[in-house]
Ligand binder design. Structure first.
Ligand SMILES: [Fe+2]
Ligand SMILES: [Fe+2]
Length: 197
């Protein structure tokens, strides 16, 4: 187990008291850390990865807006918001288990695409990349017998299945419609957006 670190939130303090291993140290600003430094770093890096996905999808949304595809643009903004929420979910978890959050650099997103199809293809490739990142984190949690993090990451494993499926569905729509029938795609994506809330 790592050297205890400062808690990041009120919730963290309550975890420290509940876990009992801080007996005799409650006056200290430190708490027991429930995750290894390797797991902590992997999760912390994933926050940056999720924010990177949000940044990328927001840039895609702006390109789609410039193409006049307002519904697709909104759909990408919605997904950018979801990626940011994923990052925040991980950040809260790290703090709840007494870890330390270190944010990394987010690279400048690509801002030019030749077509809506190329954007959807790039988005699908990115979702597959994130799926791989999540799977690697789960593999680390399993190898370290970190049951709490395995339980936490299961939500992300399931979420990636859904995200790959929905991005594939929209890519198929765009391919089937072709560049001349994008208004039909706009209408279908509008319904998807309403369903996603
Ligand atoms: Fe995500
Ligand atoms: Fe995603």
């Amino acid at each position: 187990m790592d050297t205890p670190v400062a808690p990041g939130s009120t919730t963290s303090r309550s975890v420290a008291i509940i876990c009992g291993s801080t007996k005799g140290k409650r006056e200290s600003n430190h708490m027991t850390t429930l995750i290894s430094s390797k797991m902590n770093k992997g999760l912390s890096d994933q926050i940056t990865n999720e924010f990177h996905a949000a940044h990328l999808y927001l840039a895609m949304s702006c390109v789609l807006q410039d193409m006049g595809l307002k519904m697709l643009s909104k759909w990408f903004t919605h997904h950018a918001d979801e990626e940011r929420a994923h990052g925040m979910k991980i950040l809260t978890y790290i703090q709840d288990v007494g870890g330390t959050v270190t944010l990394g650099t987010i690279e400048k997103p690509k801002a030019k695409y030749p077509s809506a199809e190329s954007i959807l293809k790039a988005a699908l490739a990115h979702e597959l990349l994130v799926t791989d990142q999540i799977n690697k984190l789960m593999a680390t949690a399993i190898s370290m017998k970190d049951y709490a993090t395995q339980s936490f990451l299961q939500w992300f494993v399931d979420e990636q299945v859904e995200e790959v499926a929905i991005v594939s569905e929209v890519l198929d729509l765009v391919r089937l419609a072709g560049p001349k029938n994008m208004l039909q795609v706009e209408s279908r994506v509008g319904k998807l957006l309403a369903a996603e809330g």
